[in-house]
Ligand binder design. Structure first.
Ligand SMILES: [Zn+2]
Length: 286
């Protein structure tokens, strides 16, 4: 359901080690995904671009720098204007920098639940949305319709998953950083609801590739399933440690996951912080 509203609201990304053979993972690039869809950005921040016949839809301006580069990337693809900017969720490392698109007349879209966060925590570089959705919605230009899916709380409480009609690519923003732990400890992530959301997405056969807002892109379906398995294994490991009488200080550095996860980026640096979030989940009931 779409609702017009009459208002008028940086995380340091953990650097992973990369092979010297890799191209610079922090250099911006545009990757074509088919059906008029592209992913733009670098390992730190990625936005989707969907090119239609009379306009363009993009996700997550991210920052003033990224938004300028995104606008240039769109201009290199098409003369059509950017008509919609869709926020995946409220975190500032996704939602800032959109003013240049607003100045060009773009309509901004988010989930309704993001509004309260931005009202409480306004930011000079944040453009408040013109349109919000609650149960989900669709945003269209001629030749491109983007489904906005809402799966309830997971990574925060206003995450929108996006997929264009006719495309096999699912944009999941921070729900999955492929083959990486991402930022280990986000206070507003709900591990149980996050696992539920990932299972719902896994059960949907209507997509084959996924794009996250950070990390490598695009990634295969198993990147999403692996993220779910990682969260489940993390919960099991922390629960086990707590059942053995370990407190937080003891858990730090002693949580270990099955071999499958040892090669994930950030395993050595982020795991303790992720375990801390799970520790508090079991201790506080949330
Ligand atoms: Zn986030």
């Amino acid at each position: 359901m779409l609702r017009w509203i009459g208002i008028i609201a940086a995380l340091a990304w953990p650097l992973a080690s990369f092979s010297q053979d890799d191209p610079d993972p922090f250099a911006d690039s545009t990757t074509e995904l088919g059906n008029g869809a592209y992913v733009f950005g670098n390992f730190s921040a990625r936005s989707m671009i969907w090119v239609g016949e009379d306009g363009v839809i993009v996700s997550d301006p991210t920052s003033t720098r990224h938004a300028r580069a995104l606008r240039d990337a769109v201009a290199a693809l098409t003369d059509q204007p950017i008509r919609y900017v869709i926020y995946s969720h409220q975190h500032w490392d996704h939602s800032l920098g959109g003013q240049i698109f607003k100045d060009d007349g773009a309509v901004f879209v988010s989930h309704q639940a993001c509004i309260k966060h931005w009202q409480r925590h306004p930011h000079d570089e944040l453009v408040m949305p013109d349109v919000t959705v609650e149960t989900g919605g669709r945003i269209s230009v001629t030749g491109q319709t983007i489904q906005l899916r809402y799966h309830g709380p997971n990574h925060g409480d206003c995450m929108l998953v996006m997929q264009a009609d006719g495309s096999d690519v699912l944009y999941v923003s921070d729900l999955v950083t492929p083959f990486s732990l991402g930022l280990g400890f986000m206070p507003d992530y709900d591990p149980v609801e996050w696992i539920r959301t990932l299972k719902e997405l896994e059960a949907d056969p209507g997509w084959q590739r996924m794009v996250g807002a950070h990390g490598s892109a695009p990634a295969p379906r198993d990147a999403l399933a692996q993220r779910r398995r990682y969260l489940e294994a993390l919960m099991v490991a922390v629960r086990k440690g707590m059942d053995q009488g370990k407190r937080l200080d003891d858990l730090y550095g002693s949580v270990e996951l099955p071999e499958e996860f040892h090669s994930l980026r950030g395993y050595d640096t982020q795991l303790a912080r992720a375990a801390e979030r799970i520790y508090y989940y079991y201790l506080m009931g949330w």
